[in-house]
Ligand binder design. Structure first.
Ligand code: DAS
Length: 326
């Protein structure tokens, strides 16, 4: 593909943020438009032509289903465009893992889709945005990048969407992967994968829906009362994710209320509020009809449950299979 290019879809975030000073702490996300970003990137001498399109100029805390829908449609078009080598999405870091995981589950895997962001605004001293972007170009340009699902590139590390989570509020080393750490290491001039692709030529796992069913995350805390469950149900939640203690536990009254929710037809996923670690199935899950989140933290467990509901998969055994899958 000698005339190949990379589609760059911009959404804002700190990678497009400016403070007006190299040392100022506060800044505004999404200030640098796609044309300016591509102009800033041009002197880097990257090998692959870039074709830009701007979808939003927001901090990613304001990402919406509508933006996701437009972005997803553009990714689908890019998959079908024979000249497109792959897609880079510039994105705020706060919800990058959610966009990455949603798209990971709803796009085919035969072309790479890579999210890049920054922890420091574009005009900050030591800004990481252009390096992360150059690394993203290096990844998308590589033939071996396909077949790994959606990826996120930060701080010279390549993470799979299913594993990646924002683990620190500041510093350029803000992301971790669990249960796998990084799946590769990248610099603007080198790329090493830590293993072969594991999702080669995989089709879309779930149909994308702009309007996903409402799923509430219930964050466990000492003394948590059971009315947290009823309030969520009363507000229209069609599914519940427990961000539980330890291995997805909760006070007995909350567990009983969650079991009642399952009986009433509302699926319940047990996840954990702990940073890392599996939430495995336990014998009581069979009796109560709970689903174990396995390696997915609450935000991604919520997205997967939304996709399952939107696609009519409510049987807990089939739902559990989706949570078990890499
Ligand atoms: N402004 C936040 C966001 O857009 C933080 C960031 O991008 O790093 O998610």
């Amino acid at each position: 593909m000698s005339d190949a290019y990379i589609n760059v879809f911009a959404t804002g975030g700190t990678i497009a943020g400016t403070a007006g000073s190299a040392t100022r702490r506060d800044y505004i996300a999404g200030q640098i438009g796609i044309d300016q970003l591509l102009a800033d990137v041009a002197p880097l001498g990257l090998d692959m032509p870039l074709v830009g399109q701007e979808f939003a100029s927001i901090g990613s805390e304001d990402i919406t289903p509508q933006i996701w829908a437009r972005l997803h449609a553009a990714c689908v078009s890019a998959m079908d465009d024979t000249r497109c080598k792959g897609v880079i999405i510039t994105h705020g870091t706060d919800t990058a893992e959610e966009t990455a995981f949603l798209f990971d589950q709803t796009l085919p895997t035969y072309k790479p889709v890579v999210l890049v962001g920054a922890m420091r605004p574009a005009d900050a001293v030591g800004s990481d945005g252009l390096r992360n972007f150059a690394n993203g170009v290096c990844v998308v340009s590589d033939d071996a990048a396909a077949g790994r699902g959606v990826l996120l590139v930060m701080n010279d590390k390549i993470f799979a969407a299913r594993d990646v989570r924002k683990a620190r509020t500041e510093g350029t080393d803000a992301f971790n992967g669990f249960p796998r750490g990084a799946v590769g290491h990248v610099t603007p001039s080198s790329l090493e994968w830590f293993g072969p692709p594991w999702r080669v030529q995989e089709k879309v796992r779930f149909a994308f829906h702009e309007a996903l069913p409402k799923v509430a995350i219930l964050f466990a805390y000492a003394g948590m009362p059971a009315d947290n469950v009823t309030l969520a149900l009363d507000s229209g939640a069609q599914g519940l994710v427990l961000a539980g203690f330890g291995n997805g536990t909760a006070p007995a009254a909350v567990r009983a209320a969650l079991a009642d929710a399952v009986t009433a037809g509302v699926p319940v996923v047990r996840a954990t509020r702990v940073d890392e670690g599996l939430v495995d199935r336990e014998p009581a899950d069979d009796d109560l009809g709970f689903i174990a989140a396995r390696a997915l933290g609450p935000p991604k467990a919520r997205i997967l449950l939304q996709l399952l509901l939107a696609n009519g998969i409510i049987d807990p055994v089939r739902a559990q299979e989706a949570f078990d899958r890499r």
